[in-house]
Write a protein that binds this ligand. Sequence first.
Ligand SMILES: Nc1ncnc2c1ncn2[C@@H]1O[C@H](COP(=O)(O)OP(=O)(O)O)[C@@H](O)[C@H]1O
Ligand SMILES: CC(=O)N[C@@H](CCC(=O)OP(=O)(O)O)C(=O)O
Length: 263
Amino acid sequence: MANNWFVMKCGGSTLAALPEPFFAELRQLQESGTIPVIVHGGGPAISSTLEKLGIETEFVNGLRKTNEAVLDVVEMVLSGQINKEIVRKVQQAGAKAVGLSGVDGLLIEAEPVPNAHEVGLVGNVTNVNAGLVRGLIDLGYMPVIAPVGIDARGQRYNINADTAAGAVASRLGVERMIVVTDVPGIMRTVDGEKRVLPQVTVSEIDEMIASGEIYGGMIPKVKAAVQCITGDVREVVIVDGARPGVLTAVLGGEPVGTRIVKA
Ligand SMILES: Nc1ncnc2c1ncn2[C@@H]1O[C@H](COP(=O)(O)OP(=O)(O)O)[C@@H](O)[C@H]1O
Ligand SMILES: CC(=O)N[C@@H](CCC(=O)OP(=O)(O)O)C(=O)O
């Protein structure tokens, strides 16, 4: 089964800063039979390329308004530039990786989000080709997945990377999703001091969104987390990728980052 697999989401905020030892850790995990399935973002790189091309970009509640011109850039940057950059780094560390987007082998099937009238060609996941992921892992490869989805008519969709990672974790039946970002976890100001919360529950998340303590890019992360822990995923852990040994620490049950748990 998928119990020795975990899904790791790497945010665009942190990708360029991930140190070489982070990729060495991925190799060690792969060698020891704890298999990472990587889903990555790349929001800042997409915005920078859109700007260079003079294409306007706008976010509505954390989702990029996407038309066909924007989608061309999203696919080019995510499935091309970022996906291959991660595959190269994993391979440089001595591990085996194959990069795909959700389009390849119908890996991520998608449908328009309910507010498509506002955001355009943005998708939610309807199905994940778990057999393809399993096949790659059986062949000894770490899958590296770009969050571009496709529907039965061949229409592509831009999918928020946190949403895609949560759906992949749910549908693969893994126990754990690790969300690697640029902050040490979910933070809250207590007595005028910013602290990382070691653990939060679904109801605490709802309160923190309502109070504005969780905002911006943290919102799709916690929403994806809440959605997958209502299924088989036992916990979602939000961590800083720059912290040495972070993955092994999380997998070993050490208190790092913020754990989002059912209750
Ligand atoms: N309560 C919170 N604790 C920590 N970070 C938060 C919180 N609320 C909002 N954020 C913001 O979320 C950001 C991470 O989201 P984002 O920039 O989209 O990262 P990524 O590219 O990794 O998906 C943090 O850098 C921080 O600015
Ligand atoms: C619909 C939507 O907003 N898609 C995102 C996909 C990339 C992403 O989510 O990257 P991060 O994880 O780095 O934020 C975008 O276009 O930026």
